[in-house]
Design a protein around this ligand. Structure first.
Ligand code: ZN
Ligand code: FE
Length: 257
Protein backbone atom coordinates (compact mmCIF):
# COMPACT_ATOMS: atom_id res chain seq x y z
CA UNK A 1 0.00 0.00 0.00
CA UNK A 2 1.26 3.42 -0.95
CA UNK A 3 -0.26 6.55 0.53
CA UNK A 4 0.35 10.03 -0.85
CA UNK A 5 -0.63 13.18 1.01
CA UNK A 6 -1.97 15.91 -1.27
CA UNK A 7 -2.41 19.38 0.21
CA UNK A 8 -5.48 21.15 -1.20
CA UNK A 9 -7.06 24.59 -0.73
CA UNK A 10 -5.58 26.49 2.18
CA UNK A 11 -5.11 23.76 4.77
CA UNK A 12 -6.97 20.64 3.58
CA UNK A 13 -5.37 17.25 3.05
CA UNK A 14 -6.60 14.76 0.47
CA UNK A 15 -4.95 11.37 0.03
CA UNK A 16 -4.22 8.96 -2.78
CA UNK A 17 -4.05 5.30 -1.80
CA UNK A 18 -2.56 2.78 -4.21
CA UNK A 19 -2.64 -1.00 -4.13
CA UNK A 20 0.79 -1.72 -5.52
CA UNK A 21 -0.09 -5.30 -6.53
CA UNK A 22 -3.17 -4.49 -8.59
CA UNK A 23 -2.14 -0.92 -9.53
CA UNK A 24 -5.55 0.33 -8.46
CA UNK A 25 -5.73 3.79 -6.96
CA UNK A 26 -8.30 5.59 -4.83
CA UNK A 27 -8.74 9.15 -3.69
CA UNK A 28 -9.77 9.81 -0.14
CA UNK A 29 -11.59 13.14 -0.12
CA UNK A 30 -11.53 14.65 -3.63
CA UNK A 31 -11.02 18.08 -2.14
CA UNK A 32 -9.64 19.77 -5.24
CA UNK A 33 -9.29 18.52 -8.81
CA UNK A 34 -5.97 19.81 -10.20
CA UNK A 35 -3.56 19.04 -7.37
CA UNK A 36 -4.93 15.48 -7.16
CA UNK A 37 -5.01 14.97 -10.93
CA UNK A 38 -1.43 16.09 -11.30
CA UNK A 39 -0.15 13.61 -8.72
CA UNK A 40 -2.39 10.81 -10.01
CA UNK A 41 -0.96 11.21 -13.49
CA UNK A 42 2.55 10.65 -12.15
CA UNK A 43 1.51 7.28 -10.71
CA UNK A 44 1.58 3.95 -12.46
CA UNK A 45 -1.96 3.20 -11.27
CA UNK A 46 -5.56 3.48 -12.37
CA UNK A 47 -8.09 5.51 -10.41
CA UNK A 48 -11.07 3.28 -9.60
CA UNK A 49 -12.59 4.64 -6.41
CA UNK A 50 -13.29 7.79 -4.47
CA UNK A 51 -13.93 7.56 -0.76
CA UNK A 52 -15.65 10.55 0.84
CA UNK A 53 -15.30 11.09 4.60
CA UNK A 54 -18.20 13.59 4.59
CA UNK A 55 -20.14 15.96 2.37
CA UNK A 56 -18.51 19.34 3.15
CA UNK A 57 -17.52 21.33 0.07
CA UNK A 58 -13.86 21.64 1.07
CA UNK A 59 -13.63 17.82 0.96
CA UNK A 60 -15.59 17.03 -2.22
CA UNK A 61 -14.83 20.11 -4.33
CA UNK A 62 -13.11 18.11 -7.10
CA UNK A 63 -15.63 15.28 -7.24
CA UNK A 64 -17.69 16.44 -10.22
CA UNK A 65 -14.60 16.94 -12.37
CA UNK A 66 -13.30 13.46 -11.57
CA UNK A 67 -16.72 12.00 -12.40
CA UNK A 68 -16.59 13.77 -15.75
CA UNK A 69 -13.09 12.45 -16.53
CA UNK A 70 -13.27 8.86 -15.36
CA UNK A 71 -16.15 6.61 -16.42
CA UNK A 72 -17.24 3.95 -13.99
CA UNK A 73 -15.77 5.43 -10.84
CA UNK A 74 -17.10 4.05 -7.60
CA UNK A 75 -17.95 6.87 -5.22
CA UNK A 76 -18.25 5.81 -1.60
CA UNK A 77 -19.89 7.61 1.29
CA UNK A 78 -22.28 7.07 4.16
CA UNK A 79 -25.77 6.14 2.95
CA UNK A 80 -27.27 9.13 4.76
CA UNK A 81 -25.22 11.45 2.52
CA UNK A 82 -26.56 10.07 -0.79
CA UNK A 83 -28.32 13.38 -1.43
CA UNK A 84 -25.39 15.52 -0.32
CA UNK A 85 -22.50 13.86 -2.21
CA UNK A 86 -22.81 14.07 -6.00
CA UNK A 87 -22.42 10.75 -7.78
CA UNK A 88 -22.38 8.66 -4.61
CA UNK A 89 -23.04 5.15 -5.91
CA UNK A 90 -21.80 2.91 -3.11
CA UNK A 91 -23.71 3.58 0.11
CA UNK A 92 -21.93 2.60 3.28
CA UNK A 93 -22.80 1.75 6.85
CA UNK A 94 -20.68 1.24 9.93
CA UNK A 95 -18.65 -1.96 9.73
CA UNK A 96 -18.87 -2.37 5.96
CA UNK A 97 -15.84 -4.07 4.44
CA UNK A 98 -14.07 -2.61 1.40
CA UNK A 99 -11.48 -3.70 -1.08
CA UNK A 100 -9.16 -1.71 -3.29
CA UNK A 101 -7.41 -4.23 -5.45
CA UNK A 102 -5.91 -6.52 -2.85
CA UNK A 103 -6.12 -4.01 -0.02
CA UNK A 104 -8.83 -4.55 2.52
CA UNK A 105 -10.64 -1.76 4.27
CA UNK A 106 -13.32 -1.11 6.81
CA UNK A 107 -15.84 1.68 7.37
CA UNK A 108 -16.14 3.26 10.79
CA UNK A 109 -19.12 5.60 11.16
CA UNK A 110 -18.19 8.56 13.38
CA UNK A 111 -21.15 11.00 13.42
CA UNK A 112 -20.68 14.35 15.16
CA UNK A 113 -18.85 16.75 12.83
CA UNK A 114 -21.58 15.74 10.36
CA UNK A 115 -24.16 12.99 10.71
CA UNK A 116 -22.71 11.06 7.77
CA UNK A 117 -19.02 11.31 8.74
CA UNK A 118 -17.09 8.08 8.24
CA UNK A 119 -13.47 7.04 8.72
CA UNK A 120 -11.80 4.53 6.42
CA UNK A 121 -9.35 1.97 7.75
CA UNK A 122 -7.02 0.40 5.15
CA UNK A 123 -4.45 -1.93 6.67
CA UNK A 124 -2.93 0.17 9.47
CA UNK A 125 -3.90 3.56 8.08
CA UNK A 126 -7.09 5.33 9.07
CA UNK A 127 -8.42 8.34 7.17
CA UNK A 128 -10.46 10.46 9.54
CA UNK A 129 -11.58 13.50 7.53
CA UNK A 130 -12.78 16.11 10.02
CA UNK A 131 -13.59 13.66 12.84
CA UNK A 132 -10.10 13.47 14.36
CA UNK A 133 -7.28 15.95 13.71
CA UNK A 134 -3.72 16.01 14.94
CA UNK A 135 -4.22 16.95 18.60
CA UNK A 136 -7.93 17.71 18.18
CA UNK A 137 -11.31 16.81 16.75
CA UNK A 138 -13.84 18.38 14.40
CA UNK A 139 -16.44 20.96 15.33
CA UNK A 140 -19.87 19.59 16.07
CA UNK A 141 -22.08 20.78 13.24
CA UNK A 142 -24.50 17.87 13.26
CA UNK A 143 -24.25 16.07 16.55
CA UNK A 144 -24.15 16.45 20.31
CA UNK A 145 -20.95 16.20 22.33
CA UNK A 146 -22.24 12.87 23.70
CA UNK A 147 -22.60 11.50 20.15
CA UNK A 148 -19.10 12.66 19.13
CA UNK A 149 -17.63 11.23 22.31
CA UNK A 150 -19.24 7.90 21.46
CA UNK A 151 -17.98 8.11 17.86
CA UNK A 152 -14.39 8.73 18.95
CA UNK A 153 -14.56 5.91 21.49
CA UNK A 154 -15.88 3.63 18.76
CA UNK A 155 -13.05 4.64 16.42
CA UNK A 156 -10.39 4.06 19.07
CA UNK A 157 -11.83 0.62 19.79
CA UNK A 158 -11.79 -0.33 16.11
CA UNK A 159 -8.19 0.51 15.22
CA UNK A 160 -4.82 -0.69 16.53
CA UNK A 161 -2.74 1.67 18.68
CA UNK A 162 -0.07 1.61 16.00
CA UNK A 163 -2.59 2.86 13.41
CA UNK A 164 -1.47 5.85 11.40
CA UNK A 165 -4.02 8.65 11.44
CA UNK A 166 -4.39 10.63 8.23
CA UNK A 167 -6.55 13.66 8.99
CA UNK A 168 -8.33 16.25 6.86
CA UNK A 169 -6.75 19.58 7.85
CA UNK A 170 -3.45 21.00 9.03
CA UNK A 171 -4.73 22.27 12.38
CA UNK A 172 -2.15 20.51 14.54
CA UNK A 173 -0.31 23.53 15.98
CA UNK A 174 -3.51 25.36 17.02
CA UNK A 175 -4.86 22.13 18.48
CA UNK A 176 -1.70 21.50 20.50
CA UNK A 177 -1.82 25.03 21.92
CA UNK A 178 -5.26 24.20 23.26
CA UNK A 179 -4.03 20.79 24.46
CA UNK A 180 -1.27 22.49 26.42
CA UNK A 181 -3.77 24.93 27.93
CA UNK A 182 -5.88 22.10 29.36
CA UNK A 183 -2.90 19.92 30.29
CA UNK A 184 0.18 22.11 30.87
CA UNK A 185 2.06 19.36 32.72
CA UNK A 186 2.00 16.94 29.79
CA UNK A 187 5.55 16.92 28.38
CA UNK A 188 4.53 14.94 25.33
CA UNK A 189 2.37 17.83 24.14
CA UNK A 190 5.26 20.28 24.34
CA UNK A 191 7.50 17.81 22.54
CA UNK A 192 4.89 17.20 19.84
CA UNK A 193 4.56 20.97 19.37
CA UNK A 194 8.25 21.45 18.73
CA UNK A 195 8.39 18.39 16.45
CA UNK A 196 5.36 19.64 14.50
CA UNK A 197 6.73 23.17 14.21
CA UNK A 198 10.00 21.81 12.83
CA UNK A 199 8.15 19.61 10.34
CA UNK A 200 6.04 22.50 9.07
CA UNK A 201 9.01 24.81 8.86
CA UNK A 202 10.83 22.34 6.62
CA UNK A 203 7.83 22.21 4.28
CA UNK A 204 6.48 18.92 5.64
CA UNK A 205 3.08 17.94 7.02
CA UNK A 206 2.05 16.83 10.50
CA UNK A 207 -0.16 14.14 8.95
CA UNK A 208 -0.11 11.21 9.58
CA UNK A 209 0.09 10.85 13.33
CA UNK A 210 -0.50 7.61 15.16
CA UNK A 211 -3.25 6.57 17.51
CA UNK A 212 -0.74 6.12 20.33
CA UNK A 213 0.49 9.70 19.78
CA UNK A 214 -3.11 10.99 19.84
CA UNK A 215 -3.94 8.99 22.97
CA UNK A 216 -0.97 10.66 24.67
CA UNK A 217 -1.53 14.24 23.53
CA UNK A 218 -5.05 14.81 22.14
CA UNK A 219 -7.27 16.14 24.95
CA UNK A 220 -10.44 14.96 23.22
CA UNK A 221 -9.19 11.37 23.58
CA UNK A 222 -8.08 11.95 27.18
CA UNK A 223 -11.31 12.98 28.88
CA UNK A 224 -10.79 10.57 31.79
CA UNK A 225 -7.36 11.99 32.72
CA UNK A 226 -7.32 13.48 36.23
CA UNK A 227 -5.42 16.63 35.23
CA UNK A 228 -7.87 17.40 32.45
CA UNK A 229 -10.87 16.69 34.67
CA UNK A 230 -9.44 18.99 37.33
CA UNK A 231 -8.73 21.79 34.85
CA UNK A 232 -12.21 21.53 33.34
CA UNK A 233 -13.55 22.38 36.79
CA UNK A 234 -10.88 24.91 37.80
CA UNK A 235 -10.17 26.73 34.54
CA UNK A 236 -13.44 26.28 32.63
CA UNK A 237 -15.80 26.14 35.62
CA UNK A 238 -17.62 23.31 33.89
CA UNK A 239 -19.14 19.96 34.81
CA UNK A 240 -16.49 17.24 34.99
CA UNK A 241 -18.58 14.47 36.45
CA UNK A 242 -18.22 12.16 33.45
CA UNK A 243 -15.87 11.80 30.46
CA UNK A 244 -18.79 12.91 28.26
CA UNK A 245 -19.20 16.10 30.32
CA UNK A 246 -15.45 16.75 30.12
CA UNK A 247 -15.56 16.26 26.34
CA UNK A 248 -18.50 18.70 26.05
CA UNK A 249 -16.66 21.34 28.11
CA UNK A 250 -13.45 20.96 26.08
CA UNK A 251 -15.27 21.14 22.74
CA UNK A 252 -17.20 24.25 23.81
CA UNK A 253 -14.05 26.01 25.02
CA UNK A 254 -12.09 25.04 21.90
CA UNK A 255 -14.77 26.62 19.66
CA UNK A 256 -13.72 30.05 20.92
CA UNK A 257 -10.10 29.39 21.88
ZN1 ZN B 1 -15.87 19.24 7.35
FE1 FE C 1 -13.10 20.28 6.40
Amino acid sequence: MKTITVPCHYDNYAYIVICEKSKKAAIIDPAEYYPLLQILKEQDAQLTAIYCTHHHADHIGGLEEFLGDYAGLNVYGHYSDSNRIVGLNVSLEDGDLLSLGELEGKVIHTPGHTSGSVCYLFEDAVFTGDSVFGGGCGRLFEGSPELMYQSLSHLVAEIPESAEIYFGHEYTMQNLKFALFVEPENNRIARRMSDSAALLESGGFTTPSTLSQELATNPFLRCSEMTIRKNVAEKLFADNSSPQAVFAALRKKKDSF
